[in-house]
Ligand binder design. Structure first.
Ligand SMILES: Cc1cc2nc3c(=O)[nH]c(=O)nc-3n(C[C@H](O)[C@H](O)[C@H](O)COP(=O)(O)OP(=O)(O)OC[C@H]3O[C@@H](n4cnc5c(N)ncnc54)[C@H](O)[C@@H]3O)c2cc1C
Length: 387
């Protein structure tokens, strides 16, 4: 089904992204990222130069000023995933969907001036650290503290599973500034690479997204100046997270649809060229019917995701709608990728093939940005009116 969400601006931007991807997301580069467990900095700087990151940074601070218009970001995700570079898609997404928005939405003018221009160029890479070894879904259980001291805060604790955690220069960190576990006991504070007592810990070995770093972080009496408290006032961390989580969930929905679309394209190509019993496997009725199912689901996915992007653009995508988008799209993605792996036969299991890598990458889509069980909880509360 033809999509009509994009206009000539996104079409022109798609050409830029395609050019970037052809140049930087080569098989050789991807293998290097996978071996290193991270995207190299020159590639991230080149992405900044080409305008692939910093899309949500205000124009006067060097970005594209697309804080509410997710369509440009979607184009980046679609084209990087189509090129089989899921890890690059992930690294670009962390910068623009998880790090920049906290400063663009809630940062003081000084914080925005200080960080956003360099985040738009890729000179400063960001991350968002909420999850702790003992608290993931239940964020009120977070134990990383920021105790007020003269001129700033002393931060102690640990975070885990932090995407871009090893490579980030600036980490938006969820900390407890109050004594209890009420919403206003939490804040977001900027931890800078190189601060004494801030350790980026070890890179975690993952099932997928091998070329994008995920790390443990630890904080041992890290002195963080007052000026690094996002928004300049303690107690707003929970509200700030809640405000941005729909974007994070929409971004996962877009990635799920993009991977499903790419899987369909790869599988069509593969099944047309592969023969068994004297005919291309695309001509077996099972293959044809499976592909018909996949193509239809991809259409429905895009119709839903595109609608969500437009609602987001008008600041009307509610947390419940974003939760529906996240769990439903990632579950369709999982079914589609499994079907497409099957249609590739043994080659579907070999990571040289993009379908195998996309399958491994997709598994975490049902876990991060809030597990799909938590997404259903959010929706169920609204549907039933009961907590
Ligand atoms: C590759 C990767 C990258 C990540 N990147 C980041 C990042 O950049 N920043 C960040 O802060 N975090 C990140 N995370 C963490 C991720 O968001 C958490 O893993 C996720 O929210 C789940 O938390 P948990 O692992 O503690 O699981 P738990 O909360 O312990 O959940 C375990 C299981 O219990 C279920 N469960 C929990 N509570 C309920 C409930 N009320 N009802 C029903 N079921 C429930 C969960 O759904 C899950 O199935 C990342 C994780 C991974 C794997």
């Amino acid at each position: 089904m033809e999509r009509d969400i994009y206009d000539e601006d996104q079409d022109a931007f798609r050409d830029v992204v395609k050019e970037f991807v052809a140049r930087y997301a080569t098989n050789e580069k991807r293998e290097q990222w996978d071996a290193d467990g991270e995207i190299d900095r020159p590639t991230m700087l080149a992405a900044g130069e080409a305008g692939l990151i910093g899309l949500s940074v205000p124009e006067e601070l060097g970005g594209a000023g697309m804080l509410q218009d997710y369509r440009f970001r979607a184009v980046v995700t679609e084209e990087t995933i189509r090129a089989g570079a899921g890890s690059l898609a992930g690294a670009l997404g962390i910068q623009d969907d998880l790090a920049v928005p906290y400063l663009a939405h809630f940062g003081t003018p000084e914080q925005q001036q200080k960080w956003l221009p360099r985040m738009a160029t890729g000179e400063v890479l960001g991350a968002l650290a909420m999850t702790e070894p003992g608290a993931g879904s239940d964020l009120r259980g977070a134990r990383t503290t920021a105790k007020k001291v003269d001129g700033g805060y002393l931060v102690n604790g640990a975070k885990t599973f932090i995407s871009s955690g090893k490579t980030a220069d600036l980490v938006v960190t969820f900390v407890k500034t109050g004594e209890g576990d009420k919403a206003n006991d939490f804040s977001l504070i900027l931890l800078e690479n190189g601060m004494a007592g801030f350790d980026h810990g070890k890179k975690l070995n993952k099932m997928g997204f091998h070329g994008h770093d995920t790390a443990e972080l630890s904080f041992d009496d890290v002195f963080v100046p007052d000026e690094n408290l996002i928004g300049g006032e303690a107690g707003h961390g929970f509200v700030q997270l809640m405000r941005n989580l729909p974007l994070e969930r929409l971004s996962v929905g877009v990635a799920a649809a993009a991977a499903s679309q790419a899987a369909l394209e790869w599988t069509l190509e593969y099944t047309t060229s592969r023969e068994a019993f004297g005919q291309p496997i695309v001509d077996f009725q099972n293959t044809r019917f499976r592909l018909a199912d996949v193509a239809t689901t991809v259409d429905v996915l895009w119709a839903y995701i595109d609608r969500a992007m437009l609602l987001y653009k008008e600041a009307r995508l509610t947390p419940e709608e974003a939760a529906k988008v996240k769990f439903w799209s990632t579950e369709r993605e999982w079914e589609i990728l499994d079907t497409c792996v099957q249609l590739h036969g043994g080659y579907g299991y070999i990571t040289e093939y993009p379908i195998a890598r996309a399958f491994l990458d997709a598994r975490v889509h049902r876990i991060y940005a809030g597990t799909n069980e938590i997404m259903r909880e959010i929706v169920a509360r609204q549907v039933t009116g009961r907590r």
